[in-house]
Design a protein around this ligand. Structure first.
Ligand SMILES: [Zn+2]
Length: 160
């Protein structure tokens, strides 16, 4: 019977399995097959572990005792993703609250503000006023009608 130290490292686990292999005459890889479908990978990775997971230690303890090895915990990928998403949502809310506290802007512009009115095109009309009723020298439209090139001639405007 091989005993594990109180807080075994990964190297302790692998050494204990090698001792068990020597004791029973069962090949190391054959023993480790009860722990992982990839014994060499498992040995390499576990040997590097300074603090192996509790369930790994429990499974090795069962293996060394010759008991049935409990199945590994499922690495519930979606649940861990959901936990990450929840945590990040909380952190984002904290950051927003902190940004609001530190902000020097007293009246930030809200996103649901009404749209500004477009500037009417006639406000930007820079056409010159026609100086007389004579036709426009570009398009020959009468000056008192106005055209793309000049505003309609006005007598009052001319006087003023
Ligand atoms: Zn014209």
């Amino acid at each position: 019977m091989i005993a594990l130290p109180p807080a075994p490292t990964g190297a302790d686990l692998v050494a204990a399995i090698r001792a068990r292999s020597a004791e029973t005459g069962i090949a190391v890889s054959r023993l480790v097959l009860q722990l992982s479908p990839y014994p060499n990978k498992w040995l390499t990775q576990t040997e590097c572990a300074a603090v192996p997971k509790p369930h790994t230690i429990e499974r090795v303890r069962a293996l060394l005792a010759g008991e049935p090895v409990p199945p590994p915990p499922s690495n519930n990928f979606q649940a861990s993703l959901a936990r990450t998403a929840d945590r990040e949502a909380l952190e984002a809310a904290d950051r927003r609250a902190q940004a609001l506290r530190c902000s020097t802007v007293k009246h930030p512009i809200t996103l649901d503000r009404p749209k500004p009115q477009p500037i009417a095109i006639y406000d930007l009309d820079r056409r010159p006023r026609a100086v007389s009723r004579d036709p426009c020298f570009r398009c020959q439209v009468r000056g008192d009608l106005g055209c793309a090139h000049q505003l309609p001639f006005e007598l009052e405007a001319q006087v003023a």
